[in-house]
Design a protein around this ligand. Sequence first.
Ligand code: KG4
Ligand code: ZN
Length: 335
Amino acid sequence: MLVLGIETSCDETAASVLKDGKEILSNVVYSQIALHRPYGGVVPELASRRHLDTIVPVVEEALAKAGVNLKDIQGIAVTRGPGLVGALLVGLSFAKSLCAVNRVPLIGVNHIEGHICSIFLEKEVPFPFLSLTVSGGHTSLFLVKGIGVYEVLGQTRDDAAGEAFDKVAKLLNLGYPGGGIIESLAEKGKPKIRFPRALPSADSLDFSFSGIKTAVVNYVKGFSSLSENSKGLSLEDIAASFQEAVVDMLIKKVIQARRLYKTERLALAGGVISNGYLRHRFQEMAAAEDLDLFIPSPYLCTDNAIMIAWVGNHYLERGKQDSLDIDALSRWKVG
Ligand code: KG4
Ligand code: ZN
């Protein structure tokens, strides 16, 4: 079965053609980063307008790269939520019109379910397993008992981890998006500063990342009044210390969950997982904890339409489809 995936939930216009749920025939991602960079974050209205401009060429390119025509496509999977509603509507309306004209089934996909399932494009992971999804909008820990059966074990009470990277980079005037910038800076620094690790409570698997952001701001305020040399610390050290603290907080809750639920496997997902330091730290932790760790390739971690096509293909194969009057959902709990 050939499924066309479409993703427009935030600032990437993406389309992909997936064959039989495993062969990636094309993967086109048009990023709007340059458009939003001057504002230090995604501007929803600008995002929707840019999706409108790019959706047709992106889908055409995905079909051309896959070497297929629209008439070969047997189902269309599109992100229905969660995300920016105006941005979602562009992909969803376009997908609906393609389905109506070509008389193929439509399936609306949950973006977070897409992230969770991105690992299945590369690996088979036996159920049940823990899934840690860390992106710009979400930081959640799930117990995955099957496709579509996700128990939320913990989630962020305030900022998502990726959001913390972006906000800290903005506060330090480093640019947007913050993740990659902070990672490169951190490579040249040392984690000399002990920023506080917020761990809501010992019996909760929830996360919190707004405190670390404030801690970095307060630290930098004091820092600018001191000469750099007097403390022997640099921006690179601040970046490395911040990154270490975020990863420590993620790892701590995963270890807690692993012991509580006695699970032997962990899969990671989401844009922040493309961070090389984080990947390395999780590998060390998995070896120490005797956990089987599954990490998708970086191109599957950041937003893409392959993961949307994969989830869509799974449900379409089981005879599920949505009607052409479904709405976009800015909030939509997974599972
Ligand atoms: O999953 P994603 O592409 O989009 C959302 O669904 O949010 O994640 C984007 C987030 C941004 O906050 C970005 O700063 C972060 O992922 N990110 C990173 C890295 N690359 C992207 N965070 C840390 N290190 C990275 N290398
Ligand atoms: Zn995402």
